[in-house]
Design a protein around this ligand. Structure first.
Ligand code: RP5
Length: 161
C-alpha cells in the first residue's frame, strides 16, 4: 500500500517524541509509515530508504534525530522528497546539538527544520499535511478545519482556573 508520509527516526528512544507526529497525522486522517533508520547505526537502511522514497510514492518525510542528528540531512541528500527535520531533545545539551546538526545544511540539500522536541514533531506533521494539501483537496479541507478548531479553542481572556 502506498503511504504519502514517512516518519523516520534514528533510534527507538526517539519514538516518545516522534509519536506526536504520528498522533497528529492520525487526527488529520493521513496515512504514514514509521521506521527506525539511523544515519550511523544502519547507514545501508538509510541509503535504501532514500533511494526508494520517491518511487514508493512518499510525498514528505518527517525525520527525527538527536545529538549528532545526521539523519534528516543525509536523507535529504539521497531523495528529492521533502524532508522535515525534528531535533529531538537530548539530556546532555537539551537538543540544541540536534537543532544545529539539522538546520545548517549546505546549499543544495534543504531540510525544513522544526522546533526542538514534541512541538517540533507535531509541527512536522502539520508541515507534511500542508505539503499534501497543495495537491489533495480533502487533506486541505481537514487541515483548514484543524487550524480553525485550534483557533476557536483559544480563550479571549486568561482565567485563574
Ligand atoms: C541518535 O542518537 C538518535 O536519533 C537518538 O536521538 C540518539 C540517541 O540514541 P540512543 O542511544 O538512545 O539509541 O542517533
Amino acid at each position: 500500500m502506498t503511504v504519502p508520509v514517512g516518519i523516520i527516526m534514528g533510534s527507538q528512544s526517539d519514538w516518545a517524541t516522534m509519536r506526536e507526529a504520528a498522533a497528529l497525522l492520525d487526527e488529520l486522517g493521513i496515512a504514514y509509515e514509521t521506521k527506525i533508520v539511523s544515519a550511523h547505526r544502519t547507514p545501508d537502511r538509510l541509503w535504501e530508504y532514500g533511494k526508494t522514497a520517491a518511487g514508493r510514492g512518499l510525498k514528505a518525510i518527517i525525520a527525527g534525530a538527536g545529538g549528532a542528528a545526521h539523519l534528516p540531512g543525509m536523507m535529504a541528500s539521497k531523495t528529492r522528497v521533502p524532508v522535515i527535520g525534528v531535533p529531538v531533545q537530548t539530556r546532555a545539551l537539551s537538543g540544541v546539538d540536534s537543532l544545529y546538526s539539522i538546520v545548517q545544511m549546505p546549499k543544495g540539500f534543504p531540510v525544513a527544520t522544526m522546533a526542538i522536541g514534541a512541538a517540533g514533531a507535531a509541527n512536522g506533521a502539520l508541515m507534511a499535511a500542508a505539503i499534501l494539501a497543495t495537491s489533495d483537496e480533502a487533506v486541505a479541507a481537514r487541515l483548514e478545519d484543524w487550524r480553525a478548531a485550534l483557533s476557536a479553542a483559544i480563550p479571549e481572556e486568561p482565567s485563574d482556573d
